[in-house]
Write a protein that binds this ligand. Structure first.
Ligand SMILES: [Zn+2]
Length: 238
């Protein structure tokens, strides 16, 4: 890994992990919702008492608004993953901002839930990916562990990979998964029971991330400076 990739990975981890308590793990699902895979993901999460962040794509949920409502109704956190996805990955600031605002408006209209979190498409770090979400009142969140689930094509492969991932996942990990590939169901069948067995809290993480975003936007201190929610920060984690 080159120096620049290493720095970017550190930034990506730091952007979210600093807000998590030591025993939490956050599962995140990108690029959905999918009309049949996402409801099956929701069932599995419910079975294990897990809450997740779903970073949804506007042009995808435009075709399945009912699934978007289902995610919100099940108590998960919805995140903005842009309207067009690939088309804005190298975008300039104004079109980038317009695109993510479009996604934001539609999520609010369909679910009455206002996303606080934004995941840049493909995890690209750029000036636009840094500035645009803040202008739209969103906190950019990346991930610390990528399971490469998007390239899995068979259940056997998914089971084998998930078995080793289940041991490799560490405290405060923000796990990147995708709910547009049916292999994610096999992964969850292996991962969820093992993570519960290892004693991780799979429930509180999404709210810690989203709650911090809330407090930064809405609770300025007396001096006008933003204050971070104390309950969400671990001492010495900055
Ligand atoms: Zn994506």
């Amino acid at each position: 890994m080159g120096v620049s990739a290493a720095i970017k990975n550190t930034v990506k981890r730091w952007a979210g992990q600093r807000y998590l308590a030591a025993d939490t793990i956050v599962l995140t699902f990108d690029d959905g919702p999918h009309p049949s895979v996402t409801p099956a993901v929701l069932e599995r999460l419910q079975t294990y008492g897990a809450r997740a962040v779903f970073f949804v794509v506007g042009r995808v949920f435009a075709d399945a608004p009912g699934v978007l409502q289902q995610i919100a109704a099940a108590g998960h956190v919805l995140g903005n993953h842009s309207w067009q996805h690939d088309l804005i990955r190298n975008g300039r600031l104004v079109p980038y901002l317009r695109d993510l605002r479009r996604c934001q408006r539609e999520i609010e209209r369909v679910t009455r839930q206002r996303p606080r979190l934004f995941r840049p498409p493909l995890g690209r770090i750029s000036l636009a990916s840094f500035v645009a979400p803040r202008l739209a009142g969103l906190r950019p969140i990346y991930w610390s562990t990528e399971l490469q689930d998007w390239q899995l094509t068979t259940d056997d492969e998914a089971r084998r990979q998930a078995t080793s991932w289940a041991e490799a996942i560490a405290p405060r990990d923000i796990v990147l998964l995708h709910d547009d590939n049916p292999c994610v169901l096999t992964i969850l069948d292996v991962l969820l029971p093992r993570l519960v067995e290892r004693g991780f809290d799979l429930e509180r993480g999404p709210e810690l991330l989203a709650g911090v975003a809330d407090s930064e936007q809405h609770r300025p201190s007396a001096t006008g400076q933003v204050v971070r929610a104390p309950s969400a920060a671990m001492p010495g984690q900055d």
